[in-house]
Design a protein. Structure first.
Length: 142
């Protein structure tokens, strides 16, 4: 049985890191539709108009940072349940705590090597794509 394509929004101001993770993910799962944006405002616009199954988010960005974007995602009815995986350079316990408290589904440190990005991509696809069901437009009535 063929996998249905999934859409991933990568939000990262570092184009090199975004290229590394995008390339690694594409090599592991060529059905994954990946969109990269550099600024949080671009991410908000894309999330308002397009469907994404997952968001991969850097929290260390200039201007509107990833923490503020995460809070916006969680307070927007249309995106409140989209899985958000933080992938950032910070390993600060306070950043980890703040991210989970704001609604991140997972938190990972950016790899320091190409093989590290490949390992991250393999784990991401194995868990998020192969073994979980993303929320799909179900409206719950009380």
């Amino acid at each position: 049985m063929a996998k249905s394509p999934k859409r991933l929004l990568v939000v990262d101001d570092n184009v090199h890191d975004a290229r590394f993770v995008t390339r690694a993910l594409s090599q592991i799962d060529d059905t994954l539709d990946i969109v990269h944006v550099i600024h949080a405002d671009e991410a908000v616009a894309r999330l308002e108009h397009d469907h994404f199954d997952y968001v991969l988010l850097d929290i260390k960005m200039p201007g509107v940072d990833g923490m503020e974007l995460l809070e916006r995602i969680r307070t927007n009815e249309g995106t409140s349940v989209v899985p958000v995986i933080v992938l950032t350079s910070s390993t600060s316990p306070s950043d980890v705590f703040r991210s989970y408290k704001a609604g991140a589904n997972a938190y990972a440190a950016k790899p320091s090597s190409l093989s590290g990005y490949r390992q991250f991509a393999e784990a991401f696809v194995r868990f998020w794509i192969d073994n979980t069901l993303p929320p799909r437009g179900v409206v719950l009535h009380q």
